[in-house]
Design a binder for this molecule. Structure first.
Ligand SMILES: Nc1nc2c(ncn2[C@@H]2O[C@H](COP(=O)(O)OP(=O)(O)OP(=O)(O)O)[C@@H](O)[C@H]2O)c(=O)[nH]1
Length: 535
């Protein structure tokens, strides 16, 4: 989910940034074209006003009117009142000779005004720099037109005034704004403010460093900027220079308003990225769950094997995917390991020469067998066997034949007992047999007989035919006897047989220290252990 989130943010963010740059360009171009419309409107308005004055001048010249007729001429054209705050006419000395409004006001001499002088000198109409009206004291601009007689002599100058604060002028300009927030401004080439929502700025030349919008507007004929801060907030500024007059009209709007659609796109983009991330995350999580399910099974199998609830066969699955391969590889590994452990166990518990259990195994086995017998209330017997005169066999026929005799001896022992009985070689030519689930002492007597019978056939060992006999001491117990007591008892019986001349068996009930019976080559008496040892 984290990776999807990072990818979504990276891709979405980059796309949105690219879109934002494109959208800024589009918005800039749009604002500029809207502003071009506003500029054209102002241009046309000024041009129309100039044309109106020009047509008046032409009419006066055609009708060969003189200075005395100008007042009547002005009053005959009612549209002048709509277009200008006032239209007046001044003779060549700058004295007023006619005025549409305020005729009672004190006469103003305009000979010192630049627009008056330039109109006379240039012999054509012009638009003045903004100035403070001498009559109203309000910011204004003047449109001029020379009046000439039939000979072409200029006898007066027509001056139409536009009050820059006049609501109709401001309202007309404000109506041209395409963005509701923000403001529209007009600045002349020398930095004089012609129109601005802050009326105090009109006719002033503010410090351009403090007015980045005005500064930007004066820098080029047209363009837009989105990197300016005006009045403490980021703004979007578009500007366009007029054709009729050396003014620049501009618009400054808060950046977030200008790019409001972009903010909506950002919000939608972020929402889409969040939804996408959530969906992709849930899908990815589900997918991982499905993909990891075999691994889950594998883990459960391993835990079940570890706890002993099942064996390693649980890993031998048929799945063809990677987890199936891994499971089967684990199965093979476990099987090899189990085989190695089994082999180690076998080596640790088996006598290498004869294949019977060894002493270590017997030492563990006998106490467990005694406990089992006790629980079952059954008798248990241990036969302690020793090959008679084995040293002589070794010495006569050699060690290899001695080994072969031991192997055959063990084989015959195995053949003379039940599957539930246990044969072990303690050391050298000494063996033991643990008989479980016995009935009574008589049964022990039968066991001894069976062992004797097993040894009757001559041994074939290393090419030699040998007569091998064994002495067997059998200890039987039904009560709570320790392994040590049982072994001592069996040992006691064995010595009894040895003392009686070997090749026989004796049965001793554990704890009685008396041989129940002795069968040997020579029938022996029942003797206590001390006597037997001495013998
Ligand atoms: N071939 C062979 N001989 C062994 C092995 N282990 C012990 N022996 C020999 O077996 C003989 C055991 O002899 P003893 O039990 O002491 O005496 P014995 O000759 O059997 O005499 P009795 O027990 O009194 O009948 C010794 O000579 C050992 O060296 C073995 O693994 N292989």
């Amino acid at each position: 989910m984290a990776m999807v989130l990072i990818a979504a943010i990276a891709v979405g963010g980059l796309s949105l940034l690219i879109a934002e740059v494109q959208m800024q360009r589009m918005t800039g171009a749009q604002e500029l074209s809207a502003l071009a419309g506003a500029a054209a409107y102002i241009d046309n308005d000024l041009h129309a006003k100039q044309q109106l004055l020009k047509s008046l001048a032409e009419e006066a010249q055609v009708r060969n009117l003189g200075p005395a007729d100008v007042q009547a001429l002005l009053e005959a054209h009612s549209t002048l009142r709509d277009e200008f705050i006032n239209v007046a006419s001044y003779d060549a000395h700058g004295d007023r000779i006619a005025s549409l409004r305020n005729r009672q006001d004190k006469a103003l001499n305009v000979s010192g005004r630049a627009y008056f002088q330039q109109t006379l000198a240039g012999r054509e109409g012009m638009i003045s720099e903004p100035f403070k009206s001498g009559l109203s004291g309000r910011p204004a601009v003047a449109l001029t037109q020379p009046l000439a007689d039939a000979k072409g002599e200029i006898y007066a100058v027509l001056v139409g005034g536009i009050d820059l604060l006049r609501p109709s002028f401001a309202a007309q300009i404000e109506a041209l704004r395409s963005i509701p927030q923000g403001y529209l401004f007009i600045v002349s080439a020398d930095g004089t403010v012609v129109h601005h929502p802050n009326k105090d700025l009109i006719l002033t030349r503010p410090d351009l460093e403090e007015r980045p919008a005005l500064h930007a507007a004066l820098a080029a004929p047209e363009g837009w900027r989105a990197d300016l801060v005006d009045d403490g907030q980021p703004v979007f500024v578009a500007y366009k220079r007029l054709r009729q007059v050396d003014w620049t009209v501009g618009v400054s709007s808060p950046l977030h308003e200008a790019f409001a659609p972009m903010a909506a796109v950002w919000m939608k983009g972020i929402a889409a990225a969040a939804v996408f991330t959530a969906l992709a995350g849930v899908f990815g999580w589900g997918l991982v769950k499905v993909l990891m399910e075999p691994l889950d099974r594998l883990q459960k199998s391993v835990e079940a094997i570890d706890s002993g609830a099942t064996d390693i066969e649980a890993l031998d699955v048929q799945d063809r995917d990677e987890f199936g391969l891994l499971s089967r590889a684990l199965y093979r590994l476990s099987r090899h390991r189990q085989q190695a452990e089994d082999e180690l166990h076998r080596l640790a518990t088996t006598d290498v020469l004869t294949g019977t259990y060894n002493r270590r195994m017997f030492d563990d086995f006998l106490p467990a067998a005694l406990a089992r017998a006790r629980r079952a209330g059954e008798a248990l017997a241990v036969a302690f066997l020793d090959v008679d005169s084995f040293k002589h066999i070794n010495d006569t026929y050699g060690h290899a034949v001695g080994d072969a005799v031991l192997v055959e001896f063990a084989r015959r022992l195995q053949g003379a007992v039940r599957r539930t009985d246990t044969v072990a070689r303690l050391a050298g030519d000494e063996f033991v047999i643990v008989y479980e689930q016995l009935g009574d002492a008589d049964e022990a007597h039968q066991l001894g007989g069976k062992l004797m019978a097993a040894m009757e056939r001559p041994f074939q060992a290393g090419g030699a035919t040998l007569r091998v006999t064994a002495s067997v001491g059998i200890a039987i117990t039904r009560h709570h006897a320790s392994a040590q007591a049982v072994m001592q008892s069996a040992d006691y019986a064995l010595y009894g047989v040895k003392a009686a001349g070997r090749d026989g068996y004796a049965v001793n009930v554990v704890g009685t220290e008396k041989l129940a019976c002795v069968r040997g080559r020579e029938q022996a008496r029942v003797r206590p252990r001390e006597e037997a040892v001495r013998a």
